[in-house]
Design a binder for this molecule. Structure first.
Ligand SMILES: *[C@@H]1O[C@H](CO)[C@@H](O)[C@H](O)[C@H]1NC(C)=O
Ligand SMILES: *[C@@H]1O[C@H](CO)[C@@H](O)[C@H](O)[C@H]1NC(C)=O
Ligand SMILES: *[C@@H]1O[C@H](CO)[C@@H](O)[C@H](O)[C@H]1NC(C)=O
Length: 237
């Protein structure tokens, strides 16, 4: 009887999940369940600090160890968001997920459960309760373990502004770079022109003070040229 009602419930839940995602019936049945012999643990790999952004899909990894001497059929995981002041106030009932996974005696298994926080959930502390529902293989039974019942913080979803900010930053850096390049190449041109002008001046001065100017056409100059030509020939040989 219990087994049949659970199976019916899950089939109805599955049909509902696609349309409305209302697992409140399954949550309602939990009080009828007895705790079995499972040791469970949970962690939130993407939100280890239990800060859940409103509107985000939260992944929970649930591990279950079968401490009993009989096999269990891990049926489903269901969860809810409740008021931290009053647990009987259900803020959001998360869509349950069906597994129908056999867990032999003494074995352990990990299940992934994803639930989506409504975007309109206000940013503050809430209670989250996660339950693992299961049956004894081949026996009408209905067990439930509360895997997690604790406080979480609903936080603001990181905004798209961040990417816009990044883009703006890139634009600013790019523009600054262009301006800097333009300013630098302009200054470089000016500097280069000054340098060239300076060089010309120095050369002109050197010519002006060329000592050969004074001896041009004198016997000393003729002799110097002869010697220079001889040295040139000698260097060439
Ligand atoms: C959530 O489930 C609980 C328990 O079944 C029920 O009392 C409550 O009305 C449901 N809340 C919503 C918002 O569906
Ligand atoms: C677990 O239980 C469900 C519902 O009763 C059933 O459909 C499924 O076949 C069972 N799984 C196994 C492995 O027996
Ligand atoms: C969760 O914990 C609160 C108190 O911390 C308790 O009132 C409530 O009944 C618990 N809910 C479940 C489903 O275990």
């Amino acid at each position: 009887m219990a087994r049949r009602s659970l199976a019916l419930l899950l089939v109805a839940g599955l049909a509902l999940a696609g349309v409305m995602g209302q697992p409140s019936e399954l949550l309602n049945q939990l009080s009828a369940a007895t705790p079995g012999s499972l040791t469970t643990a949970i962690y939130f790999p993407e939100h280890p600090t239990k800060q859940f952004p409103a509107g985000d899909v939260i992944t929970a990894v649930i591990s279950a160890h079968n401490d009993a001497s009989k096999a269990y059929n891990l049926t489903a995981i269901v969860a809810s968001l409740n008021s931290p002041m009053d647990f009987s106030m259900y803020i959001q009932n998360f869509t349950h997920q069906v597994y129908f996974k056999e867990l032999p005696a003494g074995q352990e298994v990990s299940l992934e459960y994803k639930f989506r926080l409504a975007p309109q959930v206000p940013t503050r502390d809430f209670s989250v309760a996660v339950h693992l529902v299961y049956e004894e293989m081949g026996t009408p039974s209905f067990y439930s373990n509360t895997v997690f019942n604790g406080t979480v913080e609903v936080v603001e979803k990181p905004r798209l502004i961040d990417t816009e900010g990044l883009f703006m930053g890139a634009m600013i850096i790019g523009t600054t770079g262009l301006i800097a390049y333009w300013a630098f190449s302009n200054a470089g041109d000016k500097f280069g022109m000054k340098k060239a002008a300076g060089k010309k001046k120095v050369r002109a001065e050197a010519v002006a003070f060329d000592e050969d100017e004074w001896v041009k056409g004198t016997p000393y100059d003729v002799d110097k040229r002869r010697r220079a030509a001889a040295a040139g020939k000698g260097a060439k040989q």
